[in-house]
Design a protein around this ligand. Structure first.
Ligand code: SF4
Length: 464
């Protein structure tokens, strides 16, 4: 199965793709396995074990509640975030969880869900084990799952057969596994990067109308920006972080002519990113792009284009530009997924904000008229200046530095696209070089900077 645009852009819920969306997906896979083996009605007890970064920051990233919701049969793209608290309260008050919404088993968090701090499963830092037993205490079924970033999940067998690095199936029209091959496909066939990806997508046939599904993704992003601008108050989790998007939006709307300056557009870009990531921190509906921690970068850059740059010219409608942006950004995201990682637990925040910045830079460059070489250059610049970025969320929450970091990623992406457009596309460091550098840097990074909240800002900022 080849990577799809819709693997990089998934509708989900906050606050984390690897710690919230992935575990919910894993719980649903486990239910599917029970159902396939016709074991569901024999289950008498369940045990959930969380390891590595899922243990270290699982509480702040809502891993525990995501798994419970998944075991109820809820899925990230369909869950109503407003109903989640009530579902969780019912489990707590009744001391029972209804597996797949049908089969009740006793559940008390302190007994049936364990965070194994300082222990990891072999295949990936984000590991979890789900086990069910019958009334005699005999194990009916268990499996290990690895949440490998961006909501992607592998079970033990998949992880052990080294499917962590997806490659293009040769059956798609324009297979590519690195930036060089992608550019070659464009040159050989006189296609843009977006056209290459859309042709492959039509072959994968995930959706009958791909353009409409992409526009649906954009609508969910735009609604997220609107909700984020409308709400104020404090974010959950005990850090007492106050939402800023609402106040900034009001200020921007009410600015008088003499208060405006030439860089006001930057404030709007920051606003869009803040709005999305404050919604993400609330556990709201977001598009994983390519992760939740970095979910604000791409919507902010695309909203900037739609609102301030699109001229409505007769050559491309705004809808066509949105499709081109998302398809191009997806192509770049696929290169990171294939050759490095989009998991902060593996490579730090380079794999989240860095990748989102690189994708957004390429997408924007494309709709501003960039050639494939210029797009590749923009994506390379977007990552080159995020190399070494660590993941150090204060309190294990996806708030500080995460929310503000999305504003930086978005502004940097716009700058990267503009820099690339100034040039011819000729440049010294290739996108493949920078992806490999990011990967090696991530592997060399100490674990305390990889989503464990044991280094950096996470230990230097006092929670009060
Ligand atoms: S610091 Fe970056 S990688 Fe870590 S949780 Fe925040 S946004 Fe995600």
């Amino acid at each position: 199965m080849g990577l799809s645009i819709f693997d990089l852009f998934k509708i989900g819920v906050g606050p984390s793709s690897s710690h919230t969306v992935g575990p919910m997906v894993a719980a649903n896979r486990f239910l599917g396995e029970l159902s396939d083996k016709q074991l569901l009605n024999q289950v008498d007890s369940i045990k959930i074990d969380l390891f590595g970064a899922l243990a270290m920051t699982g509480s702040g990233h809502a891993t525990d509640t995501a798994i419970l919701l998944g075991l109820l049969g809820e899925q990230p793209d369909r869950l109503d975030p407003d109903k989640a608290p009530e579902l969780l309260r019912t489990i707590k008050d009744s001391g029972q969880i209804h597996l797949a919404g049908q089969h009740p088993v006793a559940f008390r968090q302190e007994q049936h869900l364990q965070f194994h701090f300082g222990q990891s499963l072999p295949a990936h830092p984000n590991g979890m084990t789900l086990t069910v037993r019958d009334h005699a205490g005999i194990v009916l079924h268990n499996n290990n799952y690895y949440s490998v970033g961006g909501g992607f999940v592998l079970d033990e067998q998949e992880a052990s057969t080294a499917q962590t690095r997806p490659t293009s199936p040769r059956t798609i029209p324009y297979p590519f596994d690195n930036g060089r091959e992608l550019l070659q496909r464009c040159e050989d066939n006189n296609l843009t990067i977006a056209e290459v990806v859309m042709a492959n997508e039509r072959h994968l046939a995930r959706y009958p109308d791909i353009e409409q599904q992409i526009l649906h993704i954009w609508n969910v992003m735009a609604q997220c920006i609107d909700r984020g601008c409308a709400k104020d108050g404090e974010l959950p989790g005990g850090l007492h972080v106050v939402r800023r998007a609402h106040g900034l939006h009001q200020k921007l709307l009410n600015r008088k002519a003499h208060q405006k300056d030439q860089l006001e557009l930057m404030d709007w870009v920051s606003l869009f990113a803040l709005a999305v990531n404050e919604e993400n921190a609330m556990g709201g509906r977001v598009v994983t792009a390519p992760t939740n921690g970095a979910a604000g970068v791409i919507p902010a850059v695309l909203a900037y284009y739609v609102r301030f740059v699109d001229s409505g010219d007769e050559q491309n409608t705004v809808e066509e530009s949105i499709v081109t942006f998302i398809a191009t950004a997806a192509a770049i995201g696929m290169l990171y997924k294939k050759n490095a990682s989009i998991s902060a637990a593996e490579v730090g925040c380079q794999g989240e904000i860095g990748v989102a910045c690189s994708m957004a830079a390429g997408g924007l460059c494309a709709i501003l008229g960039g050639s494939p070489l210029q797009i590749e250059n923009a994506a390379e610049i977007g990552m080159e200046h995020n190399l070494g970025l660590t993941c150090d969320p204060v309190g294990g929450l996806v708030q500080v530095p995460c929310i503000e970091r999305n504003t930086m990623g978005a502004v940097k992406a716009i700058n990267a696209a503009r820099l690339a457009l100034i040039g011819t596309g000729e440049h010294r460091v290739s996108l493949d070089d920078v992806i490999e550098t990011m990967h090696q840097t991530g592997l060399d990074m100490q674990d305390k900077y990889k989503e464990t909240a044991t280094g950096g800002l996470a230990v230097n900022v006092v929670m009060c």
